[in-house]
Design a binder for this molecule. Structure first.
Ligand code: ZN
Ligand code: ZN
Length: 128
């Protein structure tokens, strides 16, 4: 009998993915999470990344960022209200602090506003 590992591999993989998302200042996709996760757990597979993403979504630890025409990205749950910037060149999505605020005047009469999402497009500093 070999010594038990200090942490089961499943837990290490879950922790690695969660920490990658929590440490990032922008939403990440499964391929990026795989690259970061493999620094901790070199045997990690893309299927494992997807399985853990789904588990973390169910736990409410992370949320999905869905931009039109883009595969979903993931970020920590509980971030304060913010918006996103999509770089047309490298395809990365960045968090933008702040909000233009009062959008109610845009509504047709009789409509009620329950939320909004704003995505800006352009070139990030690396690509400009
Ligand atoms: Zn870029
Ligand atoms: Zn806003």
């Amino acid at each position: 009998m070999s010594e038990p590992a200090p942490q089961p591999r499943n837990t290490r993989q879950r922790t690695a993915i969660r920490e990658a998302i929590d440490a990032s200042d922008r939403p990440l996709g499964p391929q990026e999470l795989l690259e970061i996760g493999r620094r901790d757990v070199p045997s990690m597979s893309l299927a494992t990344v997807y399985r853990n993403i789904n588990a973390l979504l169910e736990e409410g630890a992370i949320t999905k960022v869905e931009l039109p025409g883009q595969p979903p990205l993931y970020e920590s749950a509980g971030l304060k209200h913010h918006h996103h910037f999509h770089c047309d060149k490298c395809g990365r999505v960045f968090d933008i602090e702040g909000c233009p605020g009062n959008l109610k005047p845009l509504l047709p009469e009789g409509f009620t506003l329950t939320g909004h999402e704003i995505t800006l497009y352009g070139r990030c500093a690396d690509c400009a």
